[in-house]
Design a protein around this ligand. Structure first.
Ligand SMILES: Cc1cc2nc3c(=O)[nH]c(=O)nc-3n(C[C@H](O)[C@H](O)[C@H](O)COP(=O)(O)OP(=O)(O)OC[C@H]3O[C@@H](n4cnc5c(N)ncnc54)[C@H](O)[C@@H]3O)c2cc1C
Length: 148
């Protein structure tokens, strides 16, 4: 679990119940299509692969259901594909992160600047704030007569 031990501890204090080595298989709806349960299956650690990592494998027949009326899927940290889909003149890299000029935050589209996670992938608040300040300086320069 990529979290600090105190975050796990505080989560438990606030009532989180971690289901470790558990894989969600399907959402089960009622007759109106509203969620009523999540079907899960227990996992166990299998044999190590070439890297030495033990991959989880399903425990056959261990399916069970958790009653639920809301499911929030919060897995992964990828770039939203909206930008390349709607604004193809803003260049993105193979992961969908916007490509910028590192010194100015300028994108490939005139008058558009960027920074933070959509440029860096998952990073930190302080880096995003720095990007914002740098981009603000560049915007000011551009709007007060600087050439693009
Ligand atoms: C679980 C988790 C824990 C983290 N913990 C830390 C930590 O402890 N310390 C740390 O430094 N960093 C942490 N980070 C990383 C940090 O949150 C990010 O690096 C930072 O928030 C990036 O800032 P940003 O402004 O680039 O993007 P965001 O904070 O993601 O801001 C982007 C904003 O754009 C909005 N948006 C998206 N699409 C649209 C649209 N089409 N129209 C209008 N608005 C839109 C979003 O709603 C959002 O408000 C954590 C991240 C996660 C996910």
């Amino acid at each position: 679990m990529p979290a600090r031990s105190e975050e796990i501890h505080h989560g438990e204090q606030e009532g989180l119940r971690f289901q470790l080595l558990t894989h969600p298989k399907s959402f089960i709806g009622d007759k109106d299509g509203r969620l009523k349960a999540v079907e899960c299956v227990r996992m166990e650690l299998g044999a190590p692969d070439e890297s030495g990592r033990r991959r989880p494998v399903e425990v056959k027949g261990s399916e069970f259901c958790i009653d639920a009326d809301v499911a929030i899927i919060s897995i992964g940290n990828g770039a939203n594909p909206l930008i390349p889909q709607t604004t193809p003149d803003i260049k993105v890299n193979k992961w969908g992160n916007i490509t910028i000029d590192q010194d100015t935050g300028r994108t490939s589209k005139k008058g558009v600047f960027s920074g933070g996670d959509i440029v860096r992938g998952g990073a930190t608040v302080i880096l995003a704030m720095g990007d914002g300040r740098r981009a603000a300086d560049s915007m000011h320069e551009y709007l007060t007569g600087g050439a693009w």
